[in-house]
Design a protein around this ligand. Structure first.
Ligand SMILES: Nc1nc2c(ncn2[C@@H]2O[C@H](COP(=O)(O)OP(=O)(O)OP(=O)(O)O)[C@@H](O)[C@H]2O)c(=O)[nH]1
Ligand SMILES: [Mg+2]
Length: 337
């Protein structure tokens, strides 16, 4: 499964600028609203200091960070769910993603502003409402079907969700139980997806919006990307894009585990928090999942302190675990088949 993040927002807020800065891809960036029509997609490595330290234990090994995908979605405006602007098509693209990253306009120079003013709060509300309305449309169809089938299990839950959506409450704010989340998982409701807010501005000071998670000058970030590491050092500037990637990764509610592949490859893997080691094994190779016997596990920090997996074994510091073991963030794992 790809871990995908949808970059969403009103037209001309800097979504493609962010995408290009993050992924180093050249895409259409233009002052004309609705420049992006077909989504841009690209993968980026997740910066990880723990992986860098682990890699030093086996300097010959290939280093493979975890990967996440960003999707630059077309701009949306009020009533997009009814077809306004570019309409409905972008909503399907968000459905495929696990996280929404909304870019909010904070810069106010020269470029047409579709909203007519700088107002991050209103931009956030417009997008939220569109997600909600789209969910309501989806829900109507599901309810019709379930009513026909005289479903007893899901109907009450979906009716509760519908009532809340009608009151303007997003599914992510409903505090659903795990069991309930599981029941609606396959519908991939848009307003259930976690959301992060990024203000495109050099300073957060003129805005008092506590909901804003990140504040970056995206045009500047794109320009910084043109410089080499050496030039950046000389100029005394640095990119803040790592903060965006890390914030997204953290918001996806994952843990990271590591493998050393017999010193050949030091690799970071994302796993949903709470999943067991059999799932982790399946991520590495389907054969590992099928033929899993046991696994050897040590925390990354402890491994670094000791210096090698073999030495840790001699010292009795490696845990032997079975298939139900719940993977912990920072575990270094070796699967035995
Ligand atoms: N001054 C300034 N201009 C910016 C900034 N970020 C983006 N722009 C400009 O704003 C215009 C729109 O940027 P895009 O990245 O194409 O915006 P978008 O959100 O992808 O727009 P659509 O694809 O039309 O929805 C471009 O001319 C950018 O150069 C910024 O931080 N400051
Ligand atoms: Mg664009």
């Amino acid at each position: 499964m790809n871990l995908s993040i949808a970059i969403v927002g009103l037209p001309n807020v800097g979504k493609s600028t962010l995408f290009s800065a993050l992924t180093k891809r050249e895409v259409k960036i233009s002052p004309i609203p609705f420049s992006t029509i077909d989504p841009n997609k690209a993968q980026v490595f997740v910066p990880d200091e723990r992986l860098d330290q682990l890699a030093k234990l086996n300097p010959q090994s290939k280093v493979q960070p975890a990967i996440i995908e960003f999707v630059d979605v077309a701009g949306l405006i009020k009533n997009a769910h009814k077809g306004a602007g570019l309409g409905n098509q972008f909503l399907a693209q968000i459905r495929e993603c696990q996280l929404i990253l909304q870019v909010l306009r904070g810069f106010d120079k020269g470029i047409e502003n579709v909203l007519g003013k700088i107002n991050p709060q209103e931009e956030a509300e417009i997008v939220n409402l569109e997600l909600l309305m789209k969910d309501l449309q989806t829900l109507e169809k599901i309810l019709q079907k379930l009513e026909k089938e005289k479903d007893k299990e899901k109907l009450p839950l979906l009716q509760k969700i519908k009532e809340n959506l009608e009151k303007g409450v997003a599914i992510r704010d409903l505090n659903l139980e795990e069991k309930e989340k599981e029941m609606i998982k396959d519908y991939q409701f848009l307003s259930q997806k976690p959301i992060l807010y990024l203000l495109n501005s050099s300073s957060k000071e003129s805005f008092s919006f506590p909901f804003i998670d990140l504040c970056l000058d995206l045009k500047e970030e794109l320009e910084i990307g043109q410089f080499s590491e050496k030039e950046l050092k000389e100029l005394g500037i640095k990119s803040n894009l790592d903060l965006v990637i890390k914030a997204c990764y953290n918001k996806l509610d994952l843990v990271t585990f590591y493998t050393l592949a017999g010193k050949k490859e030091t690799r970071a893997w994302p796993l949903k928090r709470g999943e067991n080691i059999l799932k982790a094994a399946g991520k590495i190779h389907s054969q590992f999942e099928k033929e899993f016997k046991r696994a050897e596990v040590i925390n990354w920090k402890e491994l670094i302190k000791i210096g090698s997996f073999e030495e840790a074994k001699k010292l009795g510091k490696i845990k032997i675990v079975g298939k139900d073991y719940q993977v912990q963030d920072g575990d270094v794992i070796e699967i035995k088949i």
